[in-house]
Design a protein around this ligand. Structure first.
Ligand SMILES: Cc1cc2nc3c(=O)[nH]c(=O)nc-3n(C[C@H](O)[C@H](O)[C@H](O)COP(=O)(O)OP(=O)(O)OC[C@H]3O[C@@H](n4cnc5c(N)ncnc54)[C@H](O)[C@@H]3O)c2cc1C
Length: 369
């Protein structure tokens, strides 16, 4: 059976579901094909950081756009996905790291990202639970965190309500383009056809690009995550460090979610798992940052799979080989915050043929040989 629509989307992570919603709101007939469940991969298992500070400057216009959508998520999809504006405090543990934070203030200013330094004296006064190794921090008051389990399903639900056809357990196994239309075949043998295809398949977006003759050096990335038993609530901001080898946040229920280092994966299955020695190292670093965490029990650890590009920024924009094909994948471990905005931007590219957001840095051509 062949089903026809205006836009096909491959991949039901946060980015794909947001694109389905924004396109359906514009009256386009959208079909999204997801191999498993929406939000079943990186978008549903990540750390939940909704962070703008520290991003590559090219990503900041997208992050700002996305942050605006996070702020009205409840109106858009009926839930805030537990998005809480706790602020994000990025910490320096040496003079060189403090200099990095100071240098980023100028970048933030260029993109109207609110950010303030918390200097050597203030840092321990304002956050008396920080360990002695911390020498300074920069605080982004608009940043925070959300529950990753909730975002993609809520976006998909809203997209369905707006008229999109979201198909779960629909693995795409073959791609074709006849010069005017794409045809995608699923494992069940169903064909779907449209003049436009959005490749929003996360790490597996590399295989979709490859099917259209555009090889990209995308690698699977598996951040190592863990969560402690509930502790009395005292860590309000989402915490990171220069260099990123540990990050943690406490949810009001008391559990501390922490990450740092990488687990292992086999993206072909797909399968991933954290590594015990990496969890222990990350926990030790967390205790250095916040000594009161010493002795907290880790009750669960996990990982996931995202696509990492060599320059750690995603591929976004038109295909170089195939008219009607648009890519948005390879978010390199930081696409959860960007997902809602990416959907809006992709809808503009498709429906308006343009977007105000500069996408030059993300062109797939940067990998062309
Ligand atoms: C452990 C972990 C922690 C992270 N922490 C953060 C964080 O704190 N903050 C942040 O901003 N980012 C974070 N990230 C990154 C973020 O989760 C990802 O960048 C983002 O979710 C990617 O979204 P996506 O929609 O592009 O991809 P995905 O969520 O991977 O969605 C792609 C979808 O495509 C589907 N698909 C693939 N192949 C096919 C096929 N053949 N047919 C049909 N469907 C297919 C997959 O099943 C998948 O559901 C983290 C990532 C991980 C793994």
């Amino acid at each position: 059976m062949t089903t026809t629509c205006d836009v096909l989307i491959q991949g039901g992570g946060g980015a794909g579901c947001s694109a389905a919603l924004h396109l359906a709101q514009r009256g386009l007939r959208v079909i999204l094909l997801e191999r498993g469940l929406v939000g079943g991969q990186a978008s549903g298992v990540n750390y939940g950081g909704v962070r703008q500070q520290g991003r590559h400057p090219a990503e900041l216009p997208i992050a700002r756009r996305s942050r605006e959508i996070w702020g009205r998520l409840k109106d858009l999809v009926g839930t805030e996905a537990e998005f809480t504006v706790t602020g994000h405090l990025k910490l320096a543990r040496s003079d060189a790291e403090e200099a990095d934070l100071i240098a980023y203030l100028d970048v933030a200013k260029q993109y109207d990202l609110p950010l303030r330094m918390v200097g050597r004296n203030a840092i321990h006064r304002e956050y008396p639970w920080l360990g002695p190794k911390v020498v300074a921090g920069s605080f982004a008051p608009e940043d925070g965190a959300a529950n990753p389990r909730l975002l993609a399903p809520a976006l998909a639900h809203a997209a369905r309500t707006a008229g999109a056809d979201i198909r779960e357990h629909a693995e795409v196994v073959a791609h074709a383009h006849d010069g005017a239309r794409f045809t995608l075949r699923t494992k069940a043998g169903d064909d779907f056809t449209a003049p436009v295809l959005l490749n929003m398949a996360g790490f597996w977006g590399g295989a979709v690009a490859e099917a259209f003759g555009e090889s990209v050096p995308v690698a699977p990335l598996s951040p190592n995550m863990a969560v402690t038993e509930p502790l009395p609530y005292f860590i309000e901001p989402n915490l990171g460090v220069v260099g990123g080898n540990v990050y943690l946040r406490q949810i009001p229920r008391g559990n501390v979610i922490l990450g740092g280092g990488h687990g292992e994966n086999d993206a072909a299955i797909p399968w991933s798992r954290p590594l015990p020695e990496v969890t222990i190292e990350a926990t030790q670093r967390a205790v250095e940052l916040v000594p009161a965490l010493a002795g907290a029990q880790i009750i669960r650890s996990w990982s996931g799979i995202d696509g990492k590009m060599p320059d750690a920024i995603p591929v976004i924009g038109r295909s170089r080989t195939t008219p009607g094909l648009f890519h948005a994948f390879g978010f390199s471990g930081h696409g959860f915050q960007l997902g809602p905005g990416i959907g809006a931007i992709m809808a503009e590219l498709v429906a308006d043929g343009r977007t105000d957001i500069p996408l030059e840095a993300f062109r797939i051509e940067r990998f062309a040989t």
